[in-house]
Every structure is written in C-alpha cells, then in structure tokens.
Design a binder for this molecule. Structure first.
Ligand code: HEM
Ligand code: HEM
Length: 186
C-alpha cells in the first residue's frame, strides 16, 4: 500500500479515468456503427435501429465530453515525467487539445447534419433534443461530408494517440500508461 503511494499521486483522478475510457469505448462503438449502418442498402428496421443507436451514443459522447472538459478545467492532470523532452510535452499537449476539440466537433456535426436532413433526435427514445432550424437539403449535403471527414481526422488523431501510448508503454517504459489506468485495489 505504502509502496504504491507515489504512483497513486501520479495518476489522473478516478473521474478523469472513467470519463476517458467511457468516451473512448463510445467513440469506437459509434464510429464502427456509423460505417456499418451506412453500408446497409435500402431501408430496413435494423438499419433504422442502428441509426438511432448511433445518434444516442454520439449525443452521449457530447454530454460526457462537456462534463470531462469542465472536470479538466478544475482538476489539473499530474505533472509529466521530468525526463520527458520539451518537444514531446508540446506534441502531447497539442494532440490532447485536438482530441478535446474533436470530441465536440464530431458529434455536433452529426447532430447538425441530422437536423438539416429534417430528422429530430429523440435521445434513447425518451428525450426530444432541440431543433434549432428547419430541414435544409442544401445544408445537409454540405454537412454529410463534414461529418465524414471530421471522423477520418479523429481516427487519424486517435491512431497517433494510441501509437504514442504504446511507445511510452513498450519502448520508454516510463509509466505513462498507468496514469490513465485505475489503481490496483489491494
Ligand atoms: C462520437 C460521435 C460520433 C462518431 C464517432 C460518428 C461517426 C460516424 C461515422 C464513421 C459515420 C459514417 C460516415 C459515412 O460512412 O458516410 C457516421 C454517419 C452518420 N452519423 Fe455519426 N458519429 C458520431 C455522432 C453522431 C451524432 C451525435 C449524430 C446525430 C445525432 C450522428 C449522425 C449520423 C448520421 C445521420 C450518419 C449517416 C450519414 C450518411 O447517411 O452518410 N452521428 N457517423
Ligand atoms: C477515442 C479514443 C480516445 C480519445 C478521444 C482519447 C483522448 C485523450 C485525451 C484528450 C487525453 C488527455 C487527457 C487530459 O489531459 O485531460 C488522453 C490521455 C491519455 N490517453 Fe487517451 N484517448 C482515447 C483512447 C486512448 C487509448 C486507446 C489509449 C491507450 C491504449 C489511451 C491512452 C491514454 C493515456 C495513457 C493518457 C494519459 C496521457 C498522460 O499521461 O498525460 N487513450 N486521452
């Protein structure tokens, strides 16, 4: 217990860790579902169900990202290892800022596209979310590729983030990964 104390101090807070992994799972799920559902030809009950699940997961990401940002502004993460070179700190901060931005930009673009297509979003089939503007076919045509390309950008950024995490874990072995993992319970 005492031995682990210095490690505990170097972790993100439990709330930050839970939000990080919950959002990561939801993003990967929504992304996969997005590709699968748009590949189903024609209209079918399954396709419609997948579209709904996709939107519910995406809106959930948006809400959790807002909570996460608020928490992050209040709760600074633990200091990075002192030995980390300045360029790596800069790269990590830049990438983390971009990832935060994308956690909002991707679901917002999907939401606006859906409104422009004239489909209201009923979150989990229970809460009708605000409709800010009327159906607009031209806007929908613009927003569809915006949602798509923001997603491709997000996938690239997450790929870089994953490679960085693996480099720290397997090559540098500097305990960076442990900062974002729950502590052992014993
Ligand atoms: C983290 C959140 C989200 C991710 C990762 C995500 C990802 C994706 C992906 C990968 C596609 C497939 C794009 C294509 O192949 O054309 C897609 C399509 C779509 N998304 Fe999302 N999305 C998210 C949030 C949302 C939200 C919040 C909504 C609406 C409330 C939404 C509505 C749609 C719609 C309607 C399509 C179908 C577009 C089409 O017909 O081509 N998405 N999404
Ligand atoms: C959609 C997927 C993901 C997103 C959007 C995401 C986003 C982020 C963001 C924004 C941070 C910075 C947190 C902060 O300082 O407030 C972070 C930290 C971190 N992420 Fe991810 N992440 C994702 C997936 C992953 C995966 C798959 C791994 C590892 C296999 C991972 C490992 C880490 C680690 C170790 C940190 C802590 C870095 C540090 O010590 O400062 N993440 N992530």
């Amino acid at each position: 217990m005492q031995l682990q104390q210095h490690q505990e101090q170097a972790r993100y807070t439990t709330i930050a860790i839970v939000l990080h992994w919950l959002i990561a799972v939801l993003i990967v799920g929504a992304f996969t579902l997005g590709l699968v559902m748009t590949d189903i030809p024609g209209f079918s009950p399954t396709k419609l169900r997948y579209f709904s699940w996709h939107k519910w997961a995406g809106v959930t990401v948006l809400l959790l990202a807002a909570l996460r940002l608020l928490w992050r502004l209040k709760q600074r993460p633990p200091a990075l290892p002192a030995a980390m070179p300045a360029w790596q700190r800069g790269a990590a901060h830049g990438l983390h800022h971009l990832l935060y931005f994308m956690m909002f930009a991707v679901p917002v673009s999907g939401y606006l596209y859906t409104l422009a297509a004239g489909v209201p979003v009923v979150w989990f089939g229970l809460f009708k979310l605000p409709v800010f503007f009327a159906k607009n076919a031209a806007l929908a045509e613009t927003l569809k590729p915006v949602h798509y390309w923001l997603n491709m950008l997000l996938a690239g950024l997450v790929g870089l983030h994953l490679l960085a995490a693996l480099k720290h874990q397997l090559i540098d072995r500097d305990g960076t990964m442990r900062r974002m993992l729950p502590g052992r319970s014993h």
